[in-house]
Unconditional design. Structure first.
Length: 215
């Protein structure tokens, strides 16, 4: 019930903003998340050369943010233009009533995305179950949020773990190679030093005396 109350209170903003702005606000947020969650890697690869990114998880995150913000800005300006046209046409009361309904829906969808995303994280899941798990609206929040955003935190975690393992393995290989080269160099220097000492050591052999025939 608390979620519904907050949703309706925040939805009053739509009463003042009007229907068109609220509709395009929803389109901007949901559409931005929907598109960004599916094309984040493609957009990230376009941005990668500019920011010199290498990690795939970082590329995907940057691509998601760029896509979401870019889509929202475009839709926002379209909404401003259409709202201006609506004001000039005299559809004030209807525009504001529908704006309240759509404003409330937008807040509900935002809550849905946040709850769903947090619910996928194990450390937050137990807390959410304890606090609002018995709420009537909770199943709807999770279902709607899951439909809007396909957030596979397991895959993201695996990518991060792979990146960390790759860095660790590379570091180990570099250190092992450096140690091997150092040991080989030390052995070669020690061997060379021993050979030099053997070569430069004077011999104490006595000269061979001539035989009787030679005399």
């Amino acid at each position: 019930m608390a979620v519904i109350g907050i949703t309706l209170i925040l939805g009053l903003k739509g009463l003042f903003r009007g229907f068109i702005k609220e509709v395009f606000g929803i389109i901007g947020i949901i559409g931005g998340i929907f598109i960004a969650s599916r094309y984040s890697l493609d957009i990230g690869n376009l941005v990668k050369p500019i920011l010199a990114l290498e990690n795939e998880a970082t590329i995907k995150l940057i691509g998601f943010i760029v896509t979401l913000v870019g889509f929202w800005v475009i839709v926002y300006f379209i909404g401003l233009i259409l709202n201006k046209i609506s004001d000039l046409s005299g559809l004030g009361v209807i525009n504001r009533i529908l704006g309240f309904l759509f404003g409330s829906a937008k807040i509900f969808l935002i809550f849905s995305v946040i709850i769903y995303a947090l619910y996928q994280v194990q450390s937050f899941k137990s807390v959410i179950d304890e606090k609002i798990g018995t709420s009537m609206t909770f199943p709807y929040l999770v279902d709607v949020g899951g439909y809007i955003i396909k957030l596979d935190t397991t895959e993201v975690t695996k990518n991060i773990e792979k990146s960390v393992d790759s860095v660790v393995n590379t570091t180990k290989e570099t250190l092992n190679k450096a140690i091997e080269e150092k040991v080989t160099q030390e052995v070669q220097e020690a061997t060379k030093e021993v050979l030099d000492n053997v070569t430069n050591t004077p011999t104490d052999e006595k000269p061979v005396e001539p035989t009787t025939q030679e005399k």
